[in-house]
Design a protein around this ligand. Structure first.
Ligand SMILES: Nc1ncnc2c1ncn2[C@@H]1O[C@H](COP(=O)(O)OP(=O)(O)O)[C@@H](O)[C@H]1O
Ligand SMILES: [Mg+2]
Length: 171
């Protein structure tokens, strides 16, 4: 798996394209600056955004827009993915990252999407949080990444991220 400095805007576009079969009416508004990069694993980050978009599409009416913003703030890259869906109450936001927690009908949700996202953010030395949109309509997923590759490497050396990706690099 490719590890390195990842262009987030490209990863977001790729993730969106993999879901194009799901809806032709939803819009992606990708406002990420093209120079915004984070240290990470390309395919894992694609999966992260795919899972988040899946949820946003499930929650948002078919004419809705999913909006992605991002910026660098000192030693962090902060990215938000906002939808215009039904939103989540406090309890749902507390439980949503738990494996197998789902409010979807049987066969529609495994309840694993956000717990996988949580794991991916831990592997990247980052954080994921669910926020209510200020206007009460929809959900914002906030992702915080560290900007520096040395920090990423040190975490690897300390065993704080899995080595599974390094193994696949060697194949
Ligand atoms: N963007 C969102 N809008 C509203 N609810 C959401 C959103 N994202 C996640 N959720 C809630 O969190 C739960 C867990 O999400 P997830 O772990 O992806 O599992 P699944 O999508 O399989 O149910 C969902 O069932 C839903 O209730
Ligand atoms: Mg999901």
């Amino acid at each position: 798996m490719i590890a390195g400095m990842i262009t987030v805007a490209t990863t977001v576009d790729r993730a969106w394209q993999t879901l194009s079969h799901r809806s032709s009416r939803h819009q992606l508004a990708n406002f990420l600056p093209p120079q915004l990069i984070v240290p990470g694993f390309a395919l894992k980050l694609e999966q992260l955004f795919t899972n988040i978009f899946h949820n946003a599409l499930d929650a948002t009416p078919p004419d809705g827009t999913i909006t992605v913003y991002g910026h660098k703030d000192q030693d962090q890259v902060i990215i938000t993915v906002s939808d215009q869906g039904k939103g989540m109450d406090h309890e749902q936001r507390e439980l949503a990252m738990d494996p197998f927690y789902t409010t979807k009908d049987a066969g529609h949700g495994s309840g694993l999407g956000l717990s996988i996202c949580y794991g991916i953010m831990i592997e990247h030395g980052g954080e994921i949080n669910l926020l209510p949109r200020p206007d009460g309509r929809g959900t914002t997923v906030k992702l915080v990444f560290p900007v520096d590759l040395p920090g990423f490497r040190q975490k690897h050396e300390r065993g704080e991220v899995t080595t599974h990706d390094q193994d696949s690099d060697r194949r």
